[in-house]
Design a protein around this ligand. Structure first.
Ligand code: GAL
Length: 663
């Protein structure tokens, strides 16, 4: 059983029939059949067309759309249509419009104009979700529920009075008493001691830096407030249609929402991914986000939105060269997606996204874009058997949203250059280049089964996190500025690495962030020179028995001091090496981890195993030769390939199904 009842891989996109006359719908379904589309997302922004007045529903057009799609073999990921409240609701209840940190109430005329804490808004969404569920519970096209859309895209937080009330309720549940809040927020600093709950407000724009503990709780609250919106709709859907999977589309590596927590409330993880074709790191960033999606529920997920070519929301929207849409789609499949879906099916004629690419462009079917859509549909069908295959990773990268929020608090850190996404990428990129499969994991999770666990940063580290890491039996690496604060953003007694001190056998005396452009040399015990940028630390290691120094700083005030240490199987890095490859190679060897394609993968080639299938993707603009570790059949071409060298054309790929070994 896949993510839905549809066999094989899913292929399709967002479909907005309300933007087109009905005769166009008939052409749409004909062309969908031609392209092999088997799933479309419908009604994402349709609230104002489905409920034009309070409690007055106009489902007729949607009935006809769903019937037509079903009659043509296309299933529906049906949105609850709650992503944008209609004008009548906003005009009747202007208080549901979100307010920004400076106190400005945002106007109607775009989308996602709602305050997540508004009881009026939440009640209206639940009413509509119920009406949708009751209307379509038996409809044969219904394959999945799509709640709202990209929570936190435009509205990640709201600073209105209603949000303030909700924030206080949330704080009361967390801290119990005002004394508890004052203690956790450290309000003795800068004279912020509260004597009544009504004095507590969201961290609005203030004269100077805002209390970072307040900000951390605010980020937790804001993620939870949106999650409560999702859960309210989900509860209704589950009540009326218990067997239909429920999802909401995630936004790749997004700071605002704690996706570990969110994924627990979803049946299927779905993601919207828009790697920028102009970004040389697009492929590696996409791979990281896909591995995160696969790791969230440790099961296949679905790429629910991607761009066939250019988007319309960057300052400069670069299109995808021939072959790139296919390659990016295959990459998502390689990393565990059970389908390829786009925004959107038919290119819009009006509105802010009229220049956003689509599967069927303004120019119609006599276009490269359409030919690529047809060809991709055929490729997706050839790969049908990959659906449901799972990935086994021996390496895990730790990611904790609370730590991320704490680390990126503005105006109060030793350096604002430590950005978690970049820290993750600094480890992920060399692993990816070596064809090593990587899971993401939260720090408190049972890590058994992995051989190597890397925590690029654990700024916020609790005793539970430390216990989980201490219980882990494989190789562990902890990056700098870790074990600094507790769950209330208060510095651990005795300083960093706090609860990790015994495990790592080090003590940090001083943070020494580096100004931009400045480097610090370090030398490993076998004489390898590395350069650190951005961050170094004054570390004490020798005082702890059993801690070995693997590298020392050379030159400058840190000359001779430990830079990289190891105690037992745990390595600590007090800096950010420009290229961690030499350290990583030693760690991989010690952990007994090898990349799928072995050493010597050409620079632009990505190698990724999913179940027994080996995906080889050439992201380069020139040909590349790869050594196949085993013979098999390329599912994309049907060619039998022997073990040994195979040449991939520019932006081409091989999906090798290994030949079963004869006993
Ligand atoms: C997503 C959104 C879609 C569409 C798309 C364009 O963020 O969910 O509705 O706007 O971006 O790239």
């Amino acid at each position: 059983m896949g993510l839905t009842r549809i066999p094989g891989l899913l292929f399709g996109g967002d479909y907005n029939p309300e933007q087109w006359p009905e005769e166009v719908w008939r052409e749409d379904v004909r062309l969908m059949a031609e392209a092999g589309v088997n799933l479309v997302t419908v009604a994402v922004f349709s609230w104002s067309r489905l409920e034009p007045a309070p409690g007055v529903y106009e489902f007729g057009w949607l009935d006809r759309v769903l019937d037509l799609l079903h009659a043509n073999g296309v299933a529906v990921d049906l949105a609850t249509a709650t992503a944008t409240p209609p004008p009548w609701l906003v005009r009747e209840h202007p208080e549901i419009q979100p307010v920004d940190a400076a106190g400005t109430r945002l106007e109607f005329g775009s989308r996602q104009g709602y305050c997540p804490s508004s009881p009026v808004f939440r009640a209206a969404t639940v009413r509509l979700a119920r009406a949708m569920a009751e209307r379509y519970r038996e409809h044969p096209a219904l394959a999945m529920w799509h709640v709202s859309n990209e929570y936190a895209d435009h509205t990640a937080e709201c600073f209105c009075a209603e949000s303030a009330r909700d924030f206080r309720r949330w704080l009361q549940a967390r801290h119990r008493s005002l004394d508890g809040l004052n203690a956790a927020w450290g309000t003795s600093c800068w004279g912020q001691h509260y004597t009544d709950w009504t004095q507590v407000e969201p961290p609005r724009k203030a004269p100077g830096p805002v209390n970072p503990a307040q900000l951390l709780d605010w980020r937790r609250f804001s993620s939870d407030a949106l999650l409560a919106c999702f859960e309210a709709e989900r509860a209704v859907l589950k009540e009326v249609t218990p067997d239909v999977p429920v999802t909401t589309n995630f936004m790749s590596v997004l700071r605002d929402l704690d996706y570990w927590k969110w994924a627990e409330c979803e049946d299927v993880v779905t993601d919207d991914a828009y790697p920028d074709p102009a970004d040389p790191r697009a492929a590696v960033k996409a791979a990281l986000s896909y591995d995160l999606m696969r790791s969230l529920k440790r099961q296949p997920w679905l790429l629910l939105e991607s761009a066939p070519s250019a988007v319309s929301w960057r300052p400069v929207n670069v299109p995808k060269d021939p072959g790139v849409m296919r390659l990016h789609s295959l990459q998502a499949l390689a990393h565990g997606s059970d389908g390829v879906m786009f925004f959107q099916w038919r290119q819009a004629k009006y509105g802010p996204e009229k220049f956003h690419s689509a599967m069927l462009p303004h120019g119609g079917t006599a276009t490269r874009r359409w030919r690529e859509t047809l060809a991709l549909g055929a490729d997706v069908r050839r790969l049908a058997e990959v659906a449901g295959a799972t990935t086994r990773a021996e390496v895990a990268l730790l990611l904790d949203w609370e730590s991320w929020w704490g680390l990126e608090a503005p105006e109060s850190m030793p350096s604002d250059r430590l950005r978690l996404h970049e820290l993750l990428l600094s480890w992920y990129a060399p692993l990816h280049a070596r064809g090593v499969a990587v899971d993401l994991a939260p720090p408190g999770r049972d890590l058994s089964g992995y051989r190597l666990v890397i925590a690029p940063n654990l700024y916020l580290c609790t005793a539970e996190h430390a216990a989980a890491l201490a219980a882990f039996e494989g190789r562990l690496v902890v990056g700098p500025f870790s074990g600094v604060v507790d769950a209330a953003d208060q510095v651990h007694d005795g300083g960093a690495p706090g609860p990790l001190r015994d495990l790592l056998g080090v003590r940090v005396e001083e943070w020494r962030p580096l100004p931009d452009g400045v480097t610090q040399e370090l030398v490993t015990t076998d004489g390898t020179r590395l350069l650190a940028r951005t961050w170094t630390e004054w570390l004490d290691a020798e005082e702890t028995e059993g801690t070995d120094v693997l590298a020392r700083y050379r030159g400058g005030p840190l000359h001779g001091r430990p830079a990289v240490t190891r105690r037992g199987a745990a390595t600590y890095l007090s800096c950010l090496p420009e290229d961690p490859a030499p350290l990583l190679d030693d760690l991989l060897t010690a952990a007994g981890v090898t990349g799928v394609a072995g050493a010597g993968l050409p620079a632009d080639v990505e190698a990724c195993r999913r179940g027994r299938y080996l995906f080889l993707l050439n992201h380069g603009a020139g040909p590349a030769t790869v050594t196949l570790p085993e013979p098999g059949t390329d599912l994309l071409t049907g060619r039998a390939l022997p073990a040994g060298p195979v040449t991939l054309g520019p932006r081409d790929a091989v999906v090798l199904k290994p030949r079963p070994t004869t006993p």
